[in-house]
Design a protein around this ligand. Structure first.
Ligand code: HEC
Length: 163
């Protein structure tokens, strides 16, 4: 290779390098414009999250303030849990469980409004029917299969069936 060829090669090579640098800069700008820029430091939840992450696991409380906080915590721990209001709604109990068997009369389950239902009511009375459901009757599992149902809820469901 002589000098002429060398310098021709160097010129071409430099041209290629410069072209690549320009392409890189162009790509950087294109990429930056493709996604709307957002300033992550402006995001308020970031700060809150960071605070939460670095918060101490426990705290030592001393003196009067500490004693008061301790008493408060103990009172909260021993306080009776708020009674959850129990919903007694025969239609929803029936619709959520009893219906699966009783709408179609599965395994001889009395269908509401049918003669069989009326006959059972005449035979046992509402209380007797409620008792059957609570204890289960042949194919019907106790409480229709949901042991969480209270007597009142079952009573309401039976009354709903007899409407
Ligand atoms: C797995 C199906 C099934 C489910 C669920 C079910 N039952 Fe029954 N139920 C039956 C069958 C079967 C009978 C008839 C039993 C028999 O006479 O041998 C029956 C009978 C009854 C009777 C008549 C009882 C008697 O003494 O004659 C009542 C009332 C009744 N079911 C109410 C309910 C209620 C209320 C629920 C929901 C809480 C419920 N059932 C859920 C299958 C079911």
């Amino acid at each position: 290779m002589d000098r002429k060829e060398d310098s021709a090669f160097l010129r071409k090579f430099t041209g290629v390098i410069v072209a690549f640098i320009i392409l890189t800069v162009v790509l950087i700008f294109v990429a930056r414009n493709m996604q709307p820029e957002f300033d992550s430091d402006d995001n308020p939840s970031r700060g809150a999250l960071a605070e939460k992450r670095i918060a101490p696991v426990g705290a030592v409380r001393t003196g009067e303030e500490g004693a008061a906080a301790l008493a408060e915590a103990q009172a909260a721990a021993t306080a009776a849990p708020a009674a959850t209001e129990e919903v007694v709604d025969g239609a929803s109990v029936y619709g959520g469980l009893c219906k699966t068997c009783h709408d179609a009369g599965v395994a001889g389950a009395p269908v509401p409004g049918s003669e069989l239902m009326a006959a059972r009511e005449a035979e046992k009375g509402v209380d007797g029917l409620v008792l059957s459901v609570i204890n289960g009757l042949n194919v019907m599992p106790p409480r229709g299969g949901n042991m969480a149902l209270t007597d009142e809820q079952i009573q309401a469901a039976v009354e709903f069936m007899l409407q």
